[in-house]
Ligand binder design. Structure first.
Ligand code: SF4
Length: 329
């Protein structure tokens, strides 16, 4: 048997289809941000001609694909993700990468989403029986990751950083669901027995995952506990659904800020959150949505943080976090 084909993904897509086809999904965001030198990957994209005033995630993804050498195919989410995806895919196509389009319907239309999933299945040469089996298998792991999330906000025994990492890794199950499940099992075994932690300042984190590496550690150091990671939790698909189409319809991230805010407001109440950090990436179109977030979450203190390049929190951002935490406590 040859090595399974690696399929690059730039955001969460129905990975069940990729696994059903015997291929391995690779979330390029995770590869980029955990690379020993993520800043270099951004610089490589700039050397290739990417403008400075383009989001560093996009440049990092471009650099990651070119450097990997083994990713020859990338799934492009042409609707429901990033406005920069089109240009990213065009530059990757220019470099000889095969691009497979996938679109989340803006209005969450069931039939259109089903059609998109079926087109993806056709492209990978798989049918519903294999995809349904993959859905069931990955649902078992998603269920376990949900328990990690519950231990975070109900017992306080999982750090905001671990909560972020386990959930964000559900976008591709680290390319090996069995190994990832083992990691989850071991983590759960250790944390289930931990005594409930004392009450700390309960925070929510909303927006795309941070490009800076030490945000969660800094918040913990200052006595705050992130008990809700909005987007990462969505990547983990915290829903029990009978079918795959339903699962990707409940997933909020691709369907606009108002649908996301329904989920955010519900979780803020349920998790008794005192304040929210809204992370906005420099040069990201989603920064505009901050005004909607602030208006809709009016009763809740919101700190908007901006990150540009991979690295650590700068002094100004630390000061803003300090002031926010002080005001909350
Ligand atoms: S942070 Fe914004 S601009 Fe950057 S990749 Fe994500 S959605 Fe696109």
């Amino acid at each position: 048997m040859g090595t399974p084909r690696k399929i690059g993904i730039t955001t969460t897509v129905p990975v069940e289809v990729i696994y059903a086809a015997g291929c391995v999904p690779v979330d390029l965001n995770n590869v980029f941000i955990t690379a020993p030198d993520p800043r270099l990957l951004v610089e490589e994209a700039e050397l290739a001609g990417y403008p400075r005033n383009v989001c560093a995630w996009i440049k990092g993804l471009y650099g990651t694909v070119l450097r990997s050498g083994e990713i020859k195919t990338v799934i492009a989410v042409t609707q429901g993700d990033c406005s920069n995806t089109h240009a990213l895919m065009e530059t990757l196509a220019l470099a000889g990468i095969e691009i497979i389009p996938f679109a989340y319907p803006f209005d969450r239309d069931y039939d259109l989403l089903k059609l998109q999933i079926e087109k993806l299945m056709e492209r990978f040469g798989v049918g519903w029986p294999e995809v349904t089996a993959a859905h069931r298998r990955l649902a078992e792991i998603r269920r376990k990751v949900r328990e990690i999330d519950e231990l975070t906000w109900q017992k306080g025994v999982v750090s905001g950083r671990d909560n972020h990492l386990f959930q964000v890794n559900c976008s591709d199950f680290k390319g090996d669901p069995d190994a990832f499940e083992k990691e989850v099992d071991e983590f759960l075994e250790a944390r289930r027995e931990a005594p409930p932690a004392g009450e700390r300042l309960r925070l929510g984190y909303i927006g795309v995952p941070p490009i800076v590496s030490d945000l969660y550690d800094y918040l913990e150091e200052k006595g705050a506990h992130v008990v809700f990671n909005e987007t990462q939790r969505q990547f983990a698909m915290p829903f029990e659904t009978a079918g795959l189409v339903e699962q990707y319809l409940l997933y909020t991230y691709p369907y606009g800020i108002f649908y996301r805010l329904e989920d955010i407001a519900r979780e803020v109440r349920r998790r008794r959150i005192a304040g929210v950090i809204h992370y906005a990436q420099s040069f990201c179109f989603r920064q505009i949505e901050d005004l909607i977030v602030r208006q809709r979450l009016r009763a809740l203190p919101v700190l908007t943080l901006e990150g540009d390049r991979p690295g650590r929190l700068d002094a100004r951002t630390r000061l803003r976090i300090d002031a926010f935490l002080e005001a909350l406590s």
